[in-house]
Design a protein around this ligand. Structure first.
Ligand code: ATP
Ligand code: MG
Length: 411
């Protein structure tokens, strides 16, 4: 017996349908907003992620699947932004541009509820816009998308982590504060403080967090331009009608962010409570060898989102399942055009084999969990009707061929 690797999942039946419904809703919604779908390779040269995400981040240090072939080092993508920018630069695309991606990502994390080693992300990236208006815009679009699929009870947390200048000045302030307390930090935080100091705020240990509660925060030490940007983002969020809370300890797990960072959290998820995470990354394009280009984006974990949602997604119109029964092969052409008509109305439809006895076809209709069985035979042909049996009640009705379309629309 073979088993799937730890942290991976087989997506089947209802869950896969629900995920696909979120994908379809994202394609429709972000399509309307000018986001173009993009697909890039599942693996890239490992250096792309090391460079963009940052050598001393958790992702690059522990979580990337790397493999070497012919002395070249590759990596399965752990996130989307680096690949999107690489593709933008390599294909010499024009600005401004908006991208949507719906991809699997790979990270060697400890599997838990809502945390897998292969997982999906729905992400958007807006390249070439620097104004705070756009920070607010993509946050509001995230909120609107979540509402459109029926998600409820999420909180938007906001912070600004400034630019490299703010950060350098802030590092000294933080150092002064932490110096007398260094012995109370955990080993990880001491290491983080040396190599990637903002990351200490990500620590899960309560003893460290207590210390950070009272520490000076980068948001209070921003340079003039970054401070103004942050003020304006909040102003536009209010214009857009987006409620948010400021979280001065939120720094995000990737190195490339500048200024605005945000997360959408859901109270019922426990430790893995972030559904959407993102921010501005004005320096990354340059870092990857492209033109100086301000960018902003976010990624949503649809598998986590589904954990917060009722079994039926309100946004998805319940589609009916039809099973067509033919009384003899000469009814096959009628059945085939009927199937097309049913499909065109967004329902599922499955053909019985009209050469088989009706009883056999009925059994298959049961196994297919049909809501309606439609019978095509001599009587129907003569009278110009279809006999439709509603499986839940056993009720049969005769629907004139000319009225069948209207029946399908309301089914
Ligand atoms: P976390 O703090 O939960 O590890 P992160 O900061 O690593 O999240 P991002 O890299 O910003 O998350 O990813 C954006 C979103 O993708 C997350 O908010 C989450 O919904 C989803 N996500 C991230 N990692 C996983 C995973 N291992 N399994 C399932 N979903 C994930
Ligand atoms: Mg993570």
């Amino acid at each position: 017996m073979y088993q799937k690797p730890k942290g991976t999942r087989d997506l089947l039946g209802r869950e896969l349908q629900r995920l696909e419904a979120l994908n379809a809703a994202a394609r429709a919604f972000f399509g309307q907003n000018g986001y173009e779908e993009i697909r890039t390779p599942t693996f890239e040269f490992a250096a792309l992620f090391d460079r963009s995400i940052g050598e001393t981040t958790d992702i690059v240090e522990h979580e990337i699947y790397k493999f070497e072939v012919n002395k070249k080092l590759y990596a399965l993508r752990p996130e989307g932004t680096a690949s999107v920018l690489r593709a933008f630069i390599e294909n010499k695309l024009r600005l401004p541009v908006r991208f949507l991606y719906l991809w699997s990502m790979y990270r060697r994390e400890r599997p838990q509820k809502g945390r897998y080693r292969e997982f999906l992300q729905i992400g958007i990236e807006l390249l070439g816009e620097s104004k705070p208006f756009y920070d607010a815009d993509i946050i509001e679009r995230g909120k609107q998308y979540l509402q459109s699929v029926g998600a409820r009870d999420f909180t938007i947390e906001l912070n600004s982590i400034g630019c490299p200048e703010c950060r350098e000045a802030y590092r000294r302030t933080l150092e002064d504060y932490l110096q007398p307390n260094l012995s109370r930090l955990c080993d990880d935080c001491r290491r983080r403080f040396e190599r990637n100091f903002l990351r200490i705020f990500d620590c899960k240990k309560e003893s460290c967090q207590r210390l950070y509660d009272d520490a000076p925060k980068i948001t209070d030490k921003l340079c003039g331009e970054c401070a103004q940007h942050y003020v304006d983002v909040k102003k536009y969020l209010r214009y857009f009608g987006v409620d948010y809370v400021e979280n001065k300890k939120m720094v995000r797990g990737l190195d490339y962010y500048t200024r605005t960072v945000f997360e959408f959290k859901h109270g019922e998820l426990g430790a893995q409570d972030t559904i959407i995470a993102g921010g501005r990354y004005d320096l990354l394009m340059r870092e990857l060898g492209g033109p100086d280009t301000p960018c902003i984006g976010w990624a949503l974990g649809p598998e986590r989102l589904l954990l917060t949602m009722p079994e039926e997604l309100p946004s998805v119109k319940a589609r009916r399942a039809f099973f067509l029964i033919g009384v003899g092969e000469r009814y096959l052409p009628t059945m085939i055009s009927l199937r097309t008509q049913i499909h065109n109305n967004g329902h599922r439809c499955f053909l019985g084999d009209p050469g088989e006895p009706i009883k056999h076809q009925m059994k298959k209709a049961d196994r297919f969990k049909a809501d309606h069985v439609v019978i095509c035979g001599e009587d129907e042909e003569k009278e110009g009707i279809y006999t439709v049996k509603e499986m839940s009640t056993g009720r049969q009705s005769k629907i004139p061929v000319a009225e069948f379309e209207s029946f399908l629309i309301h089914a």
